[in-house]
Structures are given as C-alpha cells and as structure tokens.
Write a new protein. Sequence first.
Length: 183
Amino acid sequence: MIIAKHINNAKNIIYLIAFMYFASISRHITCIPFVSRYKGIIFDFNRTLYNPETNNLTPGVIDLLASLKNSGYRLCLISKATTENRREEISDLGLDPYFVYIQVNEGNKNASHFRNCMDILECNPEDILVIGDRIKGEIYLANQLGMKTIWYKSGKFSTELPSNEKEKPNHTITILSDVLKYL
C-alpha cells in the first residue's frame, strides 16, 4: 500500500513537470497560465498597429491583442492625432475592446503621455512594455522613464538608428506577433 502511494506521487510529479514544461514552451496559448515580467503594455498606433500607407491594420493585430488581453495584460494605446477623427478611426477598426485606455495626442508624444498611461495601468515603469516603430519617439521616451521597449522595425522609420543609449530598444522585431517571444 505504501509503495503504491509513492508510485502515485511519482506519477503526479511527472505529470506536473510535463505540464510545466509544456506551459513554458507554449505560453502564447492563452489557456495555459504563465508568469510574465510585465503587467501592462503600451502600443503605438501609427505604423505599429496600423499602416497609414495602406489604411489597414498590421497583419495579425487583432489576434495579438486578443491573446494579450485574454492572458491578463492591461493594454494602452497612444496615438498622435494626425487626422481630425483619429479616435473614431481607432474605434471603427475594432480596437476599443482590447484597451483599458486610448490616448490621442494633439502634438507629438511626450513623457507625460507615457506617465499618464502608467498611472492608468497602475504599474511601475519596469512592469510596462512599450512597443513602437520610432526609436526617436516611443522607444526613447519609454527608456527615459525606465520602461522596457520593443522596436517594431518596419516601414518608414525602419532605417532610423539609435544615436544614444536612450534610443536603444531592449528588443527588436520585424513581425509584430514576435512580441509574444519577449513576455
């Protein structure tokens, strides 16, 4: 009887180890819980989630946002108001349900916009990941505040190079869904 009990415990341990291994290599699957170093994610809109040259969302955006939201991340969106109805455009693209906050700025982005998102996300800077296409914009501002950064190196600003340490991203991707590799 005692031997049978130990065998059952050994089986349970093996099952637990197998589950933990599977969870670690499959953490982008939303039904498997995992611990992330980030609690909040701030996305840039133009040329990150949305391509203004084609007037389309970047491929895979909805799936990515749904996966992140379903995994428990709190998401913010920051956009410069390049058109009068930018907020309406974002809504028409079906992005509203994924974000706890959407900030549309009249001018260029600045550190106060990112601090505002940080307050709404109720996170410390080191618990926030910022994804954007401009190393001289989103990446610089987020690094300056102590947030972690991913440069989405695509499109118009993909040839920009960092000119100082604050412009160097923590990670660089060319496919937006690769964000999942760094969570």
